[in-house]
Write a protein that binds this ligand. Structure first.
Ligand code: CU
Length: 755
């Protein structure tokens, strides 16, 4: 057994050898991250194996058995039964766990006049093709100011019907201090953090400040960003790319081109962050998020159902069309750049988006028979955050000087060894003696989490799961440990701290042990996880709750026994079924891929792949159409794990689905997966059968593994809804972005069963 990091008791010689190996690889890593060498080059040169693992060359691979490892004789990833070797552990600079407060998310301002002066130039339906000079490093000449593909197909669908009413403007930018932090709550609800103090970009106050090119976040700052939205209040999110024009200026990982995916947004494809619709430094991209209830063209079209409603500013709600059973709550948005998603998200391109509705109001006091009154607060008519907490879980790794580090050669998946919550290393959070809601996002690259709440005696405490993937469950479920939460899944919980005395503490404890990025190795018991014996440094306590006072006002929140039952699909015929198998060994190179300039001609990126309807295992290309459901229909898809050696959390864009069966049986679906989902963990060797509809919007979408290393290495397919009428051609042309403008080519390939 070998872990990707050296154990805490590794000898100095082992650590030194591992540090040297990391240094030796840094130049290759950098060249690969900058697109100067392709995977094929690396295989040809013998630096990685065709299976994607780093070659077992002394001084290069951290897994090569060295003189310091006793009895090791294996190759990559295998050191026999001797002392496990691995990468050097991240330096922690003597920092103790739970020595700094966890910052709440940074609430992004909302403009209220998106078409009348908030944004210059004024947003428009089709991409703004006004020309500007292009940096010589990007080829010079001129190019459009907006990177969105031009013309009708990529124009905002139904822009006149759903004109933007709120503007949000952010830049992807180099690491810098935050001088405008707004947690959205008074500092007593933010563990006493002074919001007026400048916040340097550090993962802990005692860690070094990150270099500008080590971390690239929204606005270049931490804490991570939160956008609040309401149903039927369309948002125009103008995303500027202010990253360096020099593709080499990335400190070893991260790509300066980006495409921003509003995860599980039910929006037109032009706003979905399509992997092949990325934009360049000094460009912007206008994303139009209408935030409508799915089914609005066929269900409750006259907006008479009081449960289908959106909160207004006067404390009431306004009825809207659509199916209230499709109401969503907790989203996030992140980069989706083709083959660079894992690097870019890890580097900081991840934020959260809370959506409010009459049901999920963000006000626990309003008692109108519709509002579910979940823990939140009472001061504002909607969107109170005092007791409604966003948590972003992600483990990071640091090089010897404390700068963010990523090993992009870990094709099984990348693991960090330093656990962060809201991008802060093992923090504490002060709570009152009452109920709280926690919206927990797994924002890791490849790591699954399974967590329990432990008291000081090590006893598991009850947690109530209320939502899965941001969708409120039909009924709440009380658990003493979460399921394994895969990458990109969101689990919402209510924790009641009223039973604890002031001055006591409880902890969130990670039970899920990884040795590599393939899948969880073991789910430990709480006692095992607390014992400190696991060699995985991210097992154990990661967030400390300090119960500090009684609430000033009594807790008015509720956890209703019935929340959001699933939409009834019994009268909607299943128009067809499809099967996707997620496996390895893809070997179908395509000659003229739109992405060749990124990865080297001939594709061959593997080692992962997807087979559609039992066809060949294919490498990813955003130019291939694997499925094309008809507009207005419902289908059943089975997602099959091609093997037992790994797990894959598969995300299908566009509309949440319902899981019908696991391994072919409805009885295998656990209670907390009986709501609506958008990420489907297949489990090793397992399958998930689900149903979803294709309505309201059109264009090209994706389906992929959300272990983003797998995604980047070919576990991604394009599918599209393109026969809903003009302007949607059949099939859709493929966009090919360049700094000088986006051109279109015909699809490279269409799977025989796509249409
Ligand atoms: Cu995967």
């Amino acid at each position: 057994m070998s872990f990707i990091y050296l154990p805490k008791d590794a000898s100095k010689a082992q650590v030194r050898a591992a540090e040297n190996a990391r240094k030796n690889r840094a130049e290759i890593l950098k060249a690969y991250s900058q697109g100067k060498v392709s995977r094929r080059d690396l295989i040809k040169w013998g630096l990685i194996t065709s299976a994607g693992a780093i070659a077992p060359i002394g001084g290069l691979s951290p897994f090569v058995p060295s003189v310091h490892a006793s009895g090791g004789s294996g190759g990559s990833g295998n050191v026999g039964n001797g002392i496990p070797t691995g990468a050097p552990p991240s330096p922690l600079f003597g920092v103790q766990a739970f020595s700094t407060p966890m910052p709440r998310f940074d609430l992004i301002p909302r403009g209220t006049n998106p078409l009348g002066g908030d944004l210059t130039p004024t947003p428009q339906a089709a991409a703004n093709q006004t020309q500007q000079a292009v940096d010589p490093l990007l080829g010079g000449g001129t190019g459009p100011i907006e990177g969105r593909p031009p013309g009708d197909i990529w124009a905002h669908q139904q822009f006149t019907k759903f004109p933007p009413r709120v503007s949000v403007e952010m830049s992807q930018a180099q690491a810098q201090a935050n001088v405008v932090y707004n947690p959205g709550v008074a500092s007593q609800f933010n563990s006493g953090i002074d919001p007026t103090a400048s916040i340097p970009l550090k993962f802990h106050p005692q860690f070094p400040t990150q270099d500008p090119n080590s971390v690239w976040t929204f606005n270049g700052t931490i804490p991570p960003k939160l956008v609040q939205g309401r149903y039927m209040e369309p948002i125009l999110f103008r995303h500027h790319n202010k990253l360096p024009a020099d593709v080499n200026a990335n400190n070893g990982f991260g790509r300066h081109t980006i495409s921003t995916h509003e995860h599980n947004g039910h929006h037109g494809a032009e706003n979905d962050g399509f992997t092949g619709a990325f934009f360049f430094p000094n460009q912007f991209y206008d994303y139009h998020w209408p935030i409508v209830l799915a089914g609005l063209n066929s269900i409750n079209v006259n907006a008479t159902d009081p449960k289908a409603a959106t909160p207004n500013d006067a404390g009431g709600s306004d009825k809207i069309p659509g199916d209230w059973h499709e109401t969503m709550s907790t989203h996030w948005f992140h980069d989706h750049m083709f083959t660079f998603t894992s690097q870019n998200v890890y580097k900081g391109n991840a934020a959260m988006f809370n959506i409010y509705s009459a049901l999920d109001r963000g006000n626990e006091a309003i008692n109108d028979g519709v509002n579910l009154r979940l823990p939140s607060g009472t001061a504002k008519s909607w969107g109170n955050l005092e007791y409604d907490i966003n948590l972003m879980l992600a483990e990071k790794a640091f090089d010897g000087s404390g700068q963010l580090f990523m090993d992009i050669f870990q094709f099984d998946g990348f693991l960090g060894d330093a656990m962060t919550v809201n991008l802060t290393y093992k923090p504490y959070f002060e709570v009152e003696r009452r109920k709280y809601r926690f919206r927990i996002l797994n924002a890791s690259v490849s790591r699954f989490f399974k967590y329990a709440l432990a008291d000081a005696s090590g006893n598991a405490q009850p947690m109530i799961q209320i939502a899965n993937d941001g969708n409120l469950l039909p009924s709440p479920i009380t658990l003493t440990a979460s399921d394994e939460q895969g990458i990109a899944e969101r689990y919402d919980w209510v924790i009641d701290f009223s039973k604890y005395s002031i001055g006591s503490k409880v902890w969130l404890v990670n039970l899920c042990e990884h040795q590599n990025g393939k899948k969880p190795t073991a789910d430990l018991t709480l006692a095992q996880a607390l014992s400190g014996t696991s060699l995985d440094p991210c097992v154990g306590k990661f967030l400390e709750f300090r119960i500090v006072r009684d609430p000033a006002q009594s807790d008015q929140s509720q956890v209703p026994a019935v929340m959001i039952p699933n939409p009834d699909l019994s009268n909607i015929p299943v128009s067809r079924t499809r099967t996707f198998t997620f496996g390895s060994g893809a070997s179908q190179p395509l000659a003229d891929l739109p992405e060749n300039f990124l990865t080297g001609a001939g594709g061959q990126r593997g080692p992962w792949g997807v087979s559609t309807d039992n066809g060949p295992m294919m490498n990813a290309s955003w130019g291939r159409i694997s499925a094309a459901p008809s507009y207005g229909t419902r289908e059943v898809w089975t997602l099959q794990n091609g093997g037992g050696g790994w797990d894959h959390p598969i995300h299908i864009h566009f509309e949440e689905g319902q899981i019908l069966a696991r391994n072919g049986k409805a009885s295998n679906v656990p209670a907390w997966e009986k709501g609506r989902k958008d990420v489907y963990r297949l489990r090793p060797g397992g399958s998930v059968t689900l149903t979803m509809q294709f309505r309201d919007w059109g264009g090209m979408f994706m389906e992929h593994c959300h272990n983003t290393v797998h995604e980047d290495n070919a576990m991604l397919v394009r599918w599209e809804i393109d026969n809903g009428g003009a302007p949607f051609l059949r099939p859709l042309p493929t966009p090919v972005p360049t700094p000088q403008g986006v051109t279109f080519v015909a699809p490279d390939d269409i799977a025989p069963t796509a249409f």
